[in-house]
Ligand binder design. Structure first.
Ligand SMILES: Nc1ncnc2c1ncn2[C@@H]1O[C@H](COP(=O)(O)OP(=O)(O)O)[C@@H](O)[C@H]1O
Ligand SMILES: [Mg+2]
Length: 223
């Protein structure tokens, strides 16, 4: 069966003292394994909120999210934690690498609590693909910003997740590193046949991906 991400009528509101902040309204779309999408939209338009909901990190107020036919918000905590770790890869604007660990150890972090496998070989292969095989024993502070994001990308992909979510992955990078990271995102997605969603402010980055969406006032529109 092909894996699918099905998002149906997802709405999100945050209850604040004295007011209810509506952030997403009836967002629906569907992506299959091998599909990619970008999401643009002004700051505060709900892009990160949507990614957290898709990433099984924050329940929607209403609506459903199904990945491979499974609803993460109906799982018990233990199943949900394993599902998140194995099925979903996240890349954030900040790399979130562990400063005391080497590049290779950082890439292996998700495998510490996963099913058994030859993850070391996989991690080294990924580091080779992102052009960092000669940095495996470096620590994050010894890397450039672009290199750190490439490590974060390898870490997100190490367990072969079905869904890869990137929240402004090039937001802190210069032009050249942005090019390299977005080209790698595209290339590795092409090889691994996952579902890839990239939130970005950069129109050149957004244009690389299959479906281009814009969030406006909580509604998701196809560009
Ligand atoms: N946990 C939260 N509690 C309350 N309000 C939030 C929370 N997270 C985000 N918001 C608000 O929701 C809106 C959308 O935020 P966000 O999803 O981060 O937008 P974007 O990523 O597009 O900048 C903003 O107005 C933000 O202040
Ligand atoms: Mg955001």
């Amino acid at each position: 069966m092909t894996n699918t991400l099905e998002v149906r009528n997802v709405s999100k509101a945050y209850q604040m003292p004295g007011e209810r902040l509506r952030v997403l309204s009836e967002v629906s779309f569907c992506l299959n394994a091998g599909n990619s999408a970008s999401i643009v939209g002004p700051s505060g338009s709900g892009k990160s909120s949507l990614l957290y909901i898709l990433g099984a990190l924050e329940p929607p107020t209403s609506g459903t999210v199904l990945l491979g036919g499974r609803n993460p918000y109906e799982m018990d905590e233990r199943t949900l934690a394993a599902f998140r770790n194995e099925k979903i890869g996240f890349v954030f604007q900040d790399h979130h690498l562990l400063p005391q660990c080497t590049v290779l150890e950082n890439v292996l972090v998700p495998t510490l609590v996963s099913r058994p496998g030859d993850w070391q070989t996989r991690a080294i292969e990924l580091l080779e693909q992102v052009g960092l095989k000669n940095r495996t024993h470096h620590r994050p502070h010894e890397l450039s910003g672009g290199e750190k994001q490439r490590v974060a990308l390898a870490r997100a992909l190490v367990l072969k997740p079905e869904l890869v979510l990137c929240d402004e992955p090039t937001g802190n990078l210069d032009h050249e590193s942005t090019e390299r990271v977005s080209a790698l995102l595209h290339e590795l997605h092409g090889q691994q046949k996952n579902i890839l969603i990239v939130v970005t402010h950069n129109p050149d980055v957004a244009a690389r991906f299959g479906s281009q969406y814009r969030l406006i006032e909580g509604r998701l529109q196809l560009e």
